[in-house]
Design a protein around this ligand. Structure first.
Ligand SMILES: [Zn+2]
Length: 410
């Protein structure tokens, strides 16, 4: 072969090679982000705490470094207030008003539609909010390395990848790190109620929550696959050594639910439960960083396949409500965690579950369950915890101006 020809071929081949090499998701960066976010210095990133704000600043700094533009309602921040209960049993709503912030960055490709990539960055702080599974949680730092420094690191690295890969994708990208997830998907709900982009123009949303514990069998749950007919073919067409377990439900235990309830197709990546879940021992040294990189690379590949498609079609799913492990029964509703009047307001009803069978509807306000007065979420959870499978009880709801009594069987 002639030398000149060799050089000509090299000139074609080189840019492709160098691009592919520099474009990998960086395990080193993921490690750095998780160790910082899950450090004791950030005291568990409790919603509305100064330490959570520090985490938000770190994220916006990374977004800026990647080359995104700010897309909050206040620079990088999408700010909102959330009122917490002040008494230990959560019976009132007179608690302090928390100042909270989602962190939002945008990659504008001048495209008509946008893909949303998200993860929550808050965690349980010092264990004050009754959602720790530690026997004696108050005052202990809940570092939340897997939950959800892992997903947050994923959003940051994905931002870096899509902004710097030298490819102009067919969609714009919105990268968003949510606050208040642990208090009930508060940040994502606030965002979808008060968005900074037109949600009608969102093709789909992908959420990463707890992706740091890929085990030896390499099992990854991908939820939401039933929310668009495009998802299953896209996932099935991938070359991967990861064992993907598909779940169709659009309603799940994390922030994608808020987007699903706005009729947006959603996906949800999750490496599964473990014994450190919601405990102070969910630490950075227990994260599988090579696995984290693999999961994020897989999610990235799914996005790249779907980027080439027109705006995805939404379809509603029958969904499994995930409830916390403390309960033996489930109603199959998605509560409106931001509802502050007495009772529990139903934000979504899962088909085929007890609440749906009993005739409950979105918008109903549950006031009584069996012998329990349902004043708020805390009372509702107590009532659920007191029942077992097979129990039939009366449920009293307010529907508009009417009050209705139905029978629910767990
Ligand atoms: Zn959590």
């Amino acid at each position: 072969m002639k030398n000149s020809l060799k050089i000509a071929l090299l000139a074609i081949a080189l840019p492709i090679f160098s691009q592919a090499q520099s474009l990998e998701i960086s395990e080193k960066n993921l490690n750095k982000h998780v160790y910082y976010l899950a450090s004791d210095k950030l005291k568990g990133r409790g919603t509305g705490t100064p330490e959570e704000e520090k985490a938000a600043k770190y994220i916006s700094k990374q977004f800026k470094k990647a080359g995104l533009s700010p897309k909050g309602n206040n620079g990088w921040e999408h700010t909102f207030t959330h009122k917490k209960s002040s008494d230990p049993h959560g019976m009132t709503q007179d608690g302090p008003k928390l100042e909270c912030r989602n962190v939002v960055g945008y990659l504008d490709n001048g495209a008509p539609y946008t893909i949303v990539i998200g993860a929550h960055y808050d965690h349980l702080g010092l264990g004050h909010d009754h959602n720790s599974l530690d026997a004696n949680p108050v005052g202990k730092i809940h570092n939340g390395a897997d939950d959800n420094a892992s997903g947050t690191a994923g959003v940051i690295e994905m931002a870096n990848y899509f902004a710097n890969n030298g490819i102009k994708e067919q969609h714009n990208f919105l990268f968003i790190c949510f606050s208040g997830e642990e208090l009930g998907l508060v940040g994502s709900k606030k965002y979808t109620e008060n968005p900074t982009i037109d949600l009608e123009k969102v093709s789909f949303m992908i959420n990463m929550d707890m992706i740091g514990r890929l085990n030896e069998e390499k099992r990854l749950v991908i939820g939401g696959v039933g929310t668009s007919p495009s998802f299953v073919p896209a996932i099935d067409g991938l070359q991967t050594t990861i064992g993907i377990k598909k779940d169709s439900a659009g309603i799940g235990p994390s922030d994608h639910t808020s987007f699903y309830l706005k009729n947006i197709p959603v996906l949800f990546a999750f490496t599964g439960q473990h014994s450190d879940y919601h405990k102070p021992s969910d630490d950075a040294d227990k994260v599988n960083y090579a696995g984290l990189k693999e999961v994020i690379t897989l999610v990235k590949s799914i996005i790249e396949v779907l980027d080439k498609e027109p705006k995805l079609t939404f379809q509603a799913t029958k969904s499994k409500e995930s409830d916390t492990p403390r309960f033996k029964v489930t109603m199959g509703i998605m509560p409106d965690y931001t509802f502050s009047d007495p009772g529990v307001k139903v934000d979504g009803v899962t088909e085929g579950k007890p609440a749906s069978k009993a005739g409950l509807q979105q918008g109903d306000i549950i006031l009584e369950l069996g012998e329990f007065q349902i004043t708020d979420m805390q009372a509702y959870m107590k009532a659920l915890a007191a029942h077992k499978k097979g129990d039939t009880v009366k449920v009293k709801v307010k529907r508009g101006a009417e009050s209705k009594v139905m029978e629910v069987t767990f």
